[in-house]
Design a protein around this ligand. Structure first.
Ligand SMILES: Nc1ncnc2c1ncn2[C@@H]1O[C@H](COP(=O)(O)OP(=O)(O)OP(=O)(O)O)[C@@H](O)[C@H]1O
Ligand code: SF4
Ligand SMILES: [Mg+2]
Length: 318
């Protein structure tokens, strides 16, 4: 295995048991992320983005089963004993979660919550931890320093709390960060501020990143590569510029046409429930180019003209 590859998934499946059966949230995912690289995972709600991110962090709920492999520097973390994985989580593999409201402890001062990450994973030196926290807060553009470090989460705005989460996720300078919907619920101005800061932190530490989002503007600003997910599968994957400028899969074309700057031409229909996956190509009920063959034949990812650009369509590259 290439030593530069930091995370590699191999035939990864994630299923959730539900009262009347199971939901296959991630279906045969094969993706890799290199050191320092940002891979953005884009797709509609419920398509399996967080299930994938949480599988790398080993934060899946008890009703989940995982099949396949996730290699971190060639070592399968799916089969790694919990004790061994705990040494990686937070220190080498970290996350910036989706919701500041549920991820920050309301009873602990913000600065202390960031200090704790440093104390746990870097060194047990309180003044070094606080120095690091204040350095991060400054880099993240938080005001009123050092006083703000003594504030409780409810005393901060949504954008500030999100930046505290960014500081927590990066306090131990991890090699790899899963960032799940970092701008959800923020207004446009705050969103861009948080994105800019995440990009800055990522480049300062040269961390690799899996960035999960619905938002193409976030993907365009931060990512090297984009993987588009639909109903549990990757349907297109390539360098960010290639995917945004020359989308190949009809679903990707559809979501790009639905962007405000392209006139809001929404794709007809809805994503299928993952308990009722369509036969053949999962996108066929909504695809403007669907043929009879599409209703029966499940497409594999096909290489198209540009290097490293693939599309899951029977007519890819035609
Ligand atoms: N604990 C669970 N038990 C049962 N089903 C679940 C569970 N967690 C997620 N699912 C289902 O798995 C599918 C994928 O969920 P996931 O949270 O990964 O979607 P997502 O792409 O992150 O969506 P969003 O953009 O809304 O965050 C969904 O159909 C969801 O209902
Ligand atoms: S395989 Fe058929 S239905 Fe699926 S994306 Fe391609 S043309 Fe559309
Ligand atoms: Mg999610």
């Amino acid at each position: 295995m290439d030593s530069k590859i930091l995370i590699q998934t191999d035939h990864l499946y994630v299923q959730f048991a539900i009262p009347n059966g199971k939901v296959c949230a991630v279906n045969d995912l094969n993706l890799s992320i290199k050191e320092g690289e940002v891979l953005c995972l884009v797709g509609e709600s419920g398509c399996g983005k967080s299930a994938f991110g949480n599988s790398i962090l080993r934060l899946l709920p008890d009703n989940a089963t995982l099949q396949g492999h996730i290699y971190y520097y060639g070592k399968d973390i799916v089969r790694m004993p919990e004790k061994e994985f705990r040494l990686l989580r937070g220190k080498e593999i970290a996350c910036i979660p989706q919701s500041a409201a549920t991820s920050l402890n309301p009873l602990i001062e913000c600065g202390k919550q960031v200090d704790e990450v440093y104390l746990l994973h870097k060194e047990k030196n309180k003044s070094a931890a606080r120095k690091n926290t204040l350095r991060l807060f400054k880099m993240l553009g938080l005001p009123r320093l050092p006083e703000l470090a003594g504030d409780y989460p409810h005393e901060l705005s949504g954008g500030m709390k999100q930046r505290v989460l960014v500081a927590m996720g990066t306090a131990a300078e991890p090699k790899f960060i899963v960032v799940d919907e970092p701008t959800k619920g923020l207004d446009w101005a705050r969103k861009h501020e948080v994105i800019e800061r995440i990009g800055y932190m990522q480049s300062m530490h040269n961390s690799a990143m899996l960035l999960i989002t619905h938002d193409f503007s976030v993907a365009e600003l931060l990512s090297d590569r984009i993987a588009i997910m639909y109903a549990g599968e990757v349907v297109e994957h390539g360098e960010t510029k290639q995917v945004l400028q020359k989308p190949q899969h009809p679903y990707t074309k559809g979501i790009i046409s639905a962007l405000p700057q392209n006139g809001f031409k929404a794709i007809e229909g809805f994503s299928p429930a993952l308990t009722e996956i369509p036969s053949g190509c999962r996108f066929h009920p909504r695809c403007p180019n669907a043929t009879c063959e599409c209703t029966v034949q499940h497409p594999e990812l096909q290489k198209i003209n540009e290097p490293n650009h693939v599309s899951r369509c029977l007519y890819a590259g035609v």
